[in-house]
Write a protein that binds this ligand. Structure first.
Ligand SMILES: NC(=O)c1ccc[n+]([C@@H]2O[C@H](COP(=O)([O-])OP(=O)(O)OC[C@H]3O[C@@H](n4cnc5c(N)ncnc54)[C@H](O)[C@@H]3O)[C@@H](O)[C@H]2O)c1
Length: 312
């Protein structure tokens, strides 16, 4: 049995990582301050510790108690808007929090998998699909803090000899994604369809993203554990936001006319990641197609909205 720690395990992606590790009969401790997480997402078999990763002594105490053999680091200030309004907090959580974790991980030689971002790093002028060796040009503090944290992950990996990895994720979607965030368009659209309220679609529906199902992301993070390197985790397929809306509308059977609006400041027109390195080095590739993943996610989200009363 492996002892694993999942930071951000009460969040959207982290909760799926926790579930998969428990299914693989690993011992799992979740570290989360519930700033955007929900304790109801944490599987009952996990040991849940509520703490802020910036609080170094609280973090050290849990890590020294668990003595982890693997760490999946998903806790983050993950909102671009918050990063703009409070860049110091964004930097503190994403950079200092990551450094605290790396220091603690070094004491147990525990490999860390760090979840970074593709979309917020590469910028609008990047080739499509974008490979990992493209020099990042983050336009928001969130991208800058993730890039800075990546540097610490790489440096600590070299200095400690422990194989840490960095996974730059595409636009992740799937069950348990909150419809109340700024991103997560699949969940936001599903919520609009559930409520019968037309959504506002920015960029007139034309911006493209690389949508990757959370089950594929979990498989990638697990494959990256104990490996060294930076890997794009995405499908390599560009999909415009209007197509996502149409697919979800079909799944719902509800007809709504969206309001079309121009692109918001700082939003990318195109984003699509080349994940061939992950294919070669991790033996990973995305398996869930959008035509399969979107209807499945839609029905799972509607069941959650009904169960959790997220219909206010
Ligand atoms: N969802 C995506 O499409 C996407 C894309 C690229 C990268 N990522 C990255 O993947 C990771 C998980 O994202 P998510 O979509 O599940 O977000 P999420 O907001 O659902 O999960 C983040 C979790 O971290 C916790 N957290 C935040 N600050 C903390 C702190 N200081 N101490 C302890 N816990 C803290 C939150 O309470 C939450 O449960 C993040 O690092 C995010 O930057 C996500």
């Amino acid at each position: 049995m492996t002892r694993a720690i999942v930071t951000g395990g009460a969040g959207f992606i982290g909760s799926h990582v926790v579930e998969a590790l428990l299914e693989a009969r690993q011992e799992v401790t979740v570290i989360d301050d519930l700033s955007s997480g929900d304790p109801r997402r944490v599987a009952p078999g996990a040991d849940f510790r509520r703490l802020d990763i910036v609080d170094r002594s609280a973090l050290d105490a849990v890590i020294d108690e668990v003595r982890p053999e693997a760490i999946f680091h998903l806790a983050a200030q993950a909102s671009v808007t918050v990063s703009v309004s409070d860049p110091a907090r964004d930097c503190t959580v994403n950079v200092l929090g990551t450094l605290n974790l790396l220091e603690a991980a070094s004491r147990y030689h525990a490999p860390v998998v760090f979840t970074s971002t593709g979309g917020a790093l590469y910028g609008d002028d990047a080739p499509i699909p974008t490979p990992e060796d493209r020099i990042p040009v983050p336009v928001a503090p969130y991208g800058a803090s993730k890039w800075a944290a990546e540097a610490y992950v790489k440096t600590w990996s070299v200095a400690s000899g422990v194989p840490h990895s960095i996974c730059r994720l595409g636009n992740v979607y799937g069950p348990r994604q909150s419809p109340h965030g700024e991103a997560g368009v699949v969940s936001i659209f599903a919520h609009h369809l559930y409520k019968g309220r037309p959504p506002r679609i920015f960029g007139y529906g034309k911006p493209t993203r690389d949508y990757v199902h959370v089950a594929d992301v979990v498989a990638a993070l697990r494959s990256a554990s104990g490996k060294r390197g930076i890997f794009n985790i995405a499908t390599g397929i560009e999909t415009d936001v209007m197509s996502v809306w149409h697919e979800l509308q079909r799944a719902s059977g509800v007809e709504l006319e969206p309001e079309l609006a121009p692109l918001r400041a700082g939003e990318l027109e195109r984003s699509c990641l080349d994940s061939s390195l992950a294919q070669r080095e991790l033996g990973w590739r995305a398996r869930v197609s959008l035509s399969e993943g979107l209807p499945e996610t839609y029905h799972a989200l509607i069941a959650e909205f009904e169960r959790d009363g997220q219909d206010s």
